[in-house]
Design a protein around this ligand. Structure first.
Ligand SMILES: Cc1cc2nc3c(=O)[nH]c(=O)nc-3n(C[C@H](O)[C@H](O)[C@H](O)COP(=O)(O)OP(=O)(O)OC[C@H]3O[C@@H](n4cnc5c(N)ncnc54)[C@H](O)[C@@H]3O)c2cc1C
Length: 589
C-alpha cells in the first residue's frame, strides 16, 4: 500500500490547496504535509462501499467522501440495526432523501453508508434465471455473497411465525408465478439483528463532503472539488454517487454528456386483510336524559348532524319567540335572501334577525323553521326531533345507553392476521415466469391487520427518462407506461387470485372506492419505487472505466447497461466490486 504525499499550502498562496509531491510548490507556502489515498471514492452507497472493500483487499489506500453528515454509528445508536424498527428508520429524515421528480413522481434516495439499503435488507439474489439473464458475471455475485454472508429467513425455525410459513406454502403451490425467499432483513431471528451493508466497509469514510465536480487535466481527473471549494486529490477516482447524482457531477465536470436515459421500476401497492363480520345493533338512549339547549349543545348538534339549529335574537322578533332555539335547516333553501344568510351563523350558533326585517316577516315565515325549545332550558332527549336523535349526537352529549336494540346491519372489521407483524419482518416475493414483474409481500410493525403487496415491474421503463442535476424526469414514452400498467395489472390479478382464495380481502384501494382495478387505474396510481439505474451505462467500458479518462471509474447502479429485474442494491454492489478491481490496477496510481 503506497500513500502519495502532498503538501498542504497556505490557502492564500497562489496554488492549489494541496499539491502533489512532484509539483514542487513554493516552499514558503507549505504549512504541512498530508497523505492522499491511492483511490478516492465519491459516495458511500453499496457501490462505493464495495469498491472500497475490493481496493483495500488489493492493498490500496482508500478514502470515501460521503455527502450525508449522518454516520452508520448514528444509525446503530438509534437501534435501527434491529430489523423490527425498519419503519422508524425509514421515516428518519437523517437517513433518506425524497423529492418530487419534474413529472410528479416521488423519488426516494437513500443516503449514508449503504444508501437506501440502510433501511431495508440486502437483496439476496437466489433467482438463478435473473442472474443468467443479466449482463453480470455470476462469479462476482458469488464473491459478494461470500463478503456479506447473507442468511435467508428460515421458515422452519421455531422462532418463525407458522402462519407466514403457511402463506408461503400456499403461494408456492400456485402455477401463476414462482415464489422466492430472497430478502435478507434479519440475520438472526432471536436477536432481530439486521445485515447492514455499511458494515462491509466503514473505515476512512468522511461524512458531510458534497462533491460538485471533477477537475480534469490531460484526460485524467486531477482532483475532486467539494461544495466548499475544497480540493481532494488521489491517484484514481471511483464515482459512486448513485444513478441520479453521477450524471450531474459528470455534466458539471464537462467530461462527457451522460445518457439522458435511466431505468426505474414502477410500483403499485395494494393492502389486504381478513374481515370478520360483526352485527351492528341499534342503541337505545335514555329518553328522559335532559339536554340543556345552550351554545355548546347547539355547536355539537351542528358538528354531528350538520343541521343549522340556532338561538334567534333581534329587536323585531316578537317577544313570545325571543330566547328560543329553532331548526333553520330546511329554511336555508327557502330563505328569500339566500342560503348563506342562514348558514353564516355556525360559529356563534346565534342567528341575528336584521333590524330592517319586520315582525310581520318573521311571523309569516315562522312555520318553516321548527321550534326546538327554550334557550338555556332543558329538554328530554326523547323530545328532540327525530333527525337530531343520532348516535353521534347522543355520544357527543353523553346520553346514557339503556339497552341495545335490534340488529341494524353488519359491518366488516379487519382481524389480526396472526402474522406477528411486530416481531417478524418476513419477506416473500412472487415473480412472473418471464421476470416481467415481481410482487413484494411485506408486514408493517403495529399493523397486525394488514398484508402489504407492492407489485413492481422492471423491464421496460427506459429510453426517455432524463436526468439534469437532481431534476429527474420519468416522463417515458406513452407506450412504455401502458406496458408498465399492464404488467402491474398482471401482477395484481395473479396475486389477488390466490389471496382471495385464502380468505383475504382488498382493503386499499378499498372496493368501495375502486370496484374494479384495471390498467387505466393502475396507470394513475403507479409510482417510482426507487430502483433507478443505468444513467451512465454508455460512458464506461467493461472495466467500468470512463471512456477517454485514464483514472476515473464508475462503481454503482448507474453503470447497469440493461434494465435490472429486481431490487438494485446487489447489482449496484457488484458494479462497485468491478470498479474496485480495475481501479486497483489503474496506471495513474
Ligand atoms: C427507501 C429505499 C429502500 C430501498 N430498499 C431496497 C431493498 O430493500 N433492497 C434493495 O436491493 N434495494 C433497495 N433500494 C434500492 C437501493 O438502495 C439502491 O439501488 C442502491 O442503494 C443503489 O446503490 P448505489 O451505490 O448505486 O447508490 P446510492 O445507494 O444512492 O449511494 C450513493 C451515495 O452517494 C452519496 N452521494 C450522493 N451524491 C453525492 C455527492 N455529490 N458527494 C458525495 N456523496 C454523494 C449518497 O448520499 C449515497 O450515500 C432501496 C432504495 C431506497 C431509496
Amino acid at each position: 500500500m503506497e500513500l502519495i504525499r502532498s503538501y498542504i499550502l497556505n490557502p492564500n498562496a497562489d496554488h492549489d490547496a494541496t499539491v502533489q509531491l512532484y509539483e514542487s510548490p513554493n516552499v514558503s507556502d507549505v504549512v504541512g504535509i498530508k497523505y492522499q489515498p491511492d483511490v478516492l471514492i465519491l459516495g458511500a452507497g453499496p457501490g462505493g462501499l464495495s469498491a472500497a472493500h475490493k481496493l483495500t483487499l488489493r492493498g490500496k489506500s482508500v478514502r470515501i467522501l460521503e455527502k450525508s453528515e449522518h454516520t452508520l454509528a448514528e444509525y446503530k445508536d438509534s437501534n435501527y440495526d434491529d430489523t423490527r424498527l425498519w419503519q422508524n428508520a425509514m421515516g428518519d429524515a437523517r437517513f433518506s432523501e425524497s423529492f418530487a421528480s419534474s413529472d410528479g413522481y416521488t423519488v426516494w434516495k437513500g443516503s449514508g453508508n449503504g444508501g437506501g439499503t440502510l433501511h431495508f435488507g440486502l437483496q439476496y439474489i437466489d433467482t438463478e434465471s435473473l442472474i443468467q439473464s443479466s449482463e453480470l458475471d455470476p462469479a462476482i455475485f458469488a464473491e459478494l455473497q461470500s463478503l456479506t454472508q447473507p442468511q435467508k429467513y428460515d421458515y422452519t425455525h421455531p422462532a418463525f411465525n407458522p402462519n407466514l410459513a403457511n402463506l408461503r406454502t400456499s403461494l408456492e403451490e400456485s402455477s401463476d408465478f414462482t415464489t422466492h425467499n430472497n430478502k435478507v432483513y434479519c440475520t438472526n431471528l432471536e436477536t432481530h439483528s439486521r445485515l447492514l451493508y455499511g458494515d462491509v466497509y466503514s473505515s476512512n469514510v468522511t461524512h458531510g463532503v458534497h462533491i460538485d465536480k471533477l477537475t480534469m487535466d490531460n484526460q485524467a481527473v486531477r482532483y475532486a472539488r467539494d461544495s466548499q471549494g475544497k480540493r481532494h486529490y488521489a491517484g484514481s477516482y471511483v464515482l459512486a454517487g448513485g444513478a441520479i447524482t453521477n450524471p450531474h457531477i459528470l455534466q458539471n465536470s464537462g467530461i462527457a454528456t451522460p445518457d439522458t436515459s435511466m431505468y426505474d421500476h414502477l410500483g403499485f401497492t395494494v393492502v389486504y386483510g381478513k374481515l370478520v363480520q360483526q352485527p351492528v345493533y341499534s342503541q337505545v338512549y335514555d329518553p328522559d336524559h335532559l339536554v340543556t339547549l345552550n351554545i355548546d349543545t347547539l355547536q355539537k348538534i351542528h358538528n354531528t348532524t350538520g343541521r343549522y339549529v340556532y338561538k334567534a335574537e333581534g329587536t323585531n322578533i316578537p317577544a313570545v319567540d325571543t330566547n328560543k332555539v329553532w331548526d333553520f335547516t330546511n329554511f336555508t333553501t327557502q330563505h328569500i335572501g339566500g342560503t348563506a344568510k342562514i348558514t353564516q351563523w355556525t360559529s356563534t350558533q346565534t342567528l341575528v334577525y336584521p333590524p330592517t326585517h319586520s315582525s310581520l316577516r318573521w311571523n309569516s315565515n315562522k312555520g318553516k323553521f321548527p321550534l326546538i325549545g327554550d334557550f338555556e332550558g332543558s329538554i328530554r332527549w326523547g323530545s328532540l326531533p327525530n333527525e337530531l336523535q343520532t348516535d353521534a349526537l347522543a355520544q357527543s352529549l353523553g346520553v346514557p345507553v339503556i339497552s341495545t336494540g335490534e340488529i341494524q346491519g353488519y359491518e366488516y372489521i379487519p382481524q389480526d392476521l396472526g402474522l406477528d407483524n411486530d416481531n417478524i419482518v418476513g419477506h416473500l416475493q412472487t415473480r412472473a415466469a418471464d421476470l416481467s414483474w415481481q410482487t413484494y409481500y411485506s408486514l408493517s410493525p403495529g399493523q397486525s391487520t394488514a398484508l402489504v403487496l407492492t407489485h413492481a415491474q422492471s423491464a421496460v421503463l427506459n429510453k426517455t427518462g432524463s436526468v439534469a442535476g437532481v431534476d429527474v424526469d420519468f416522463n417515458r414514452a406513452t407506450g412504455d407506461l401502458d406496458v408498465a400498467a399492464s404488467q402491474l395489472l398482471d401482477a395484481y390479478s395473479a396475486n389477488e387470485n390466490i389471496l382471495t382464495g385464502l380468505g383475504y380481502t382488498r382493503l386499499s384501494p378499498s372496493p368501495g372506492l375502486v370496484s374494479t382495478i384495471n390498467a387505466a387505474f393502475v396507470k394513475t396510481a403507479m409510482n417510482s419505487i426507487y430502483h433507478y439505474h443505468g444513467s451512465c451505462s454508455s460512458l464506461v467500458d467493461g472495466e467500468n472505466k470512463v471512456n477517454g479518462v485514464s483514472n476515473l471509474y464508475i462503481g454503482d447502479a448507474s453503470t447497469l447497461k440493461k434494465p435490472w429485474g429486481g431490487s438494485t442494491s446487489v447489482p449496484a454492489a457488484v458494479q462497485g466490486l468491478i470498479a474496485g478491481s480495475y481501479a486497483s490496477t489503474s496506471s495513474s496510481m
